[in-house]
Design a binder for this molecule. Structure first.
Ligand code: NAD
Length: 389
């Protein structure tokens, strides 16, 4: 009996990514899968229906029959209500099918979706569950891929709002000085923002609570003024950041205040896994920023590092632009998909390495990504968050 992989068109607003390019379709066909792609699925990522068909996919115009025929659905964003059909994408899937996508199952806003997947007996895997510390999982690390896009694009967004040059420019009538960047949070997003700001000719300062992150920033040749937090307070499970106690957050805000006043562009990307983002920039700090300066609050999907950021909007406050663009990778669909679909191909190859009839649920990477199976919720983070809610 054949097994069918389906790649739907993403229907979330302003989402241009796709879960497979034609190269991966050809790979799935070689693995033995039938492959169906929804018409127009790759359009925003510059992948034509013809290219998918040439790679061996069947092109399906109707989302309902595409989902309904799928044994395995590969997506980018979590399933949502299809407004054209008036039915939720989970309802369109047949019971017992496999779904692989970003689900962020611990986030309270997604608990209803997780229950829906459980009740429909979907075996769902989340791409944000890939264990990043395991070297053989690196090729599947979709979070790092998307953070790379976000870090780069955050600087481009800032440049677009900034009413000045970023590099130093010498002219016959004088010299324009270079823009000063402050990067708050030097994880994957922050480090890519540092690299991009430097390429544009900015002078960069970075801050992070973890020593590893500060060292990585220094290795990129930027200044890292020493806000040092005791290791036990800053580093949690797996070496990731921990939520700082209120007293230390207050100290950090005082430390950041003069750096913010001095900066032209601030990229804030400080996150603590599984928690809302720490609020590091309050209204009084914003008021102390220079008119014409720009803050891109990349942490907005987790609530934001600045109290004033509005999700999905750019607002001006006392001459300072505060940008709360959400889902930044979706706005750079070609390379975001190029990275994601390769991470997905590695994940699928590993998941079905014992045969395409069934996923290998014993595999250590698969087990970390499993969200629902056999009408049960299996994801530790989601279960913990649901109990706490
Ligand atoms: P993240 O998005 O969860 O956090 C972003 C950054 O915010 C982190 O560097 C964190 O230390 C920092 N932060 C948290 N609270 C802060 C505060 N109050 N003030 C300032 N900064 C604060 O993290 P991420 O970028 O997804 O990954 C973090 C780390 O994970 C990486 O730097 C790396 O060490 C590790 N990682 C490893 C691999 C791998 O081994 N393959 C892959 C990806 C990431």
């Amino acid at each position: 009996m054949s097994s069918r992989i389906c790649i739907p068109r993403e229907i979330m607003a302003e989402e241009g990514r796709v879960a497979a390019f034609p190269e991966s379709v050809a790979h799935y066909v070689r693995m033995g899968f039938d492959v169906a792609v929804e018409a127009g699925a790759g359009h925003a990522a510059q992948q034509s229906d013809e290219a998918y068909a040439a790679a061996g996919a069947r092109i399906v115009a109707d989302a309902a029959s595409l989902f309904g025929d799928a044994d395995v659905v590969l997506k980018v964003k979590q399933p949502i209500l299809n407004p054209t059909l008036g039915r939720h994408e989970v309802e369109l899937m047949r019971e017992g099918a496999v779904l692989i996508t970003f689900l962020h199952p611990a986030a309270p806003s997604n608990h209803g979706l997780v229950r829906m997947l459980r009740d429909r007996n979907i075996t769902a895997f989340t791409m944000d569950g890939i264990p990043r510390e395991e070297s053989h999982a690196q090729k599947m690390d979709a979070l790092t891929s998307m953070s790379t896009v976000t870090g780069y694009k955050s600087v481009v967004i800032a440049a677009d709002h900034f009413p000045k040059f970023i590099p130093m420019i010498g002219t016959s009538i004088g010299t324009i000085t270079q823009a000063k960047f402050l990067i708050v949070g030097a994880g994957v997003v922050g480090l890519q923002a540092i690299a991009t700001a430097k390429r544009l000719g900015g002078a960069v300062v970075a801050v992070d609570v973890r020593e590893d992150a500060r060292k990585a920033a220094v290795s990129l040749g930027v200044k890292v003024p020493g806000f040092e937090v005791p290791e036990a307070l800053a580093r949690g499970e797996g070496g990731y950041a921990k939520a700082l106690p209120d007293e230390w957050l207050e100290r950090e805000r005082e430390f950041l205040r003069p750096l913010l006043s001095d900066a032209d562009i601030v990229i804030s990307s400080a996150l603590v896994p599984g928690e809302v983002a720490p609020v590091l920039i309050d209204d009084s700090m914003l008021r102390a920023m220079k008119p014409g300066s720009v803050l891109v609050d990349v942490a907005i999907d987790q609530g934001g590092n600045c109290a004033a950021t509005e999700g999905g909007r750019s607002i001006e406050r006392d001459g300072v632009w505060i940008c709360g663009r959400q889902n930044i990778p979706g706005s750079m669909p070609v390379h975001a998909s190029w990275l994601y679909e390769k991470n997905m191909r590695e994940f699928v190859s590993n998941l079905f390495k014992k045969g395409i009839a069934a996923p290998d649920l014993q595999d250590a990477i698969a087990a970390r990504c499993l969200v629902t199976h056999a009408r049960e919720i299996r994801h530790r983070g989601a279960l913990g968050a649901m109990r706490a809610a």
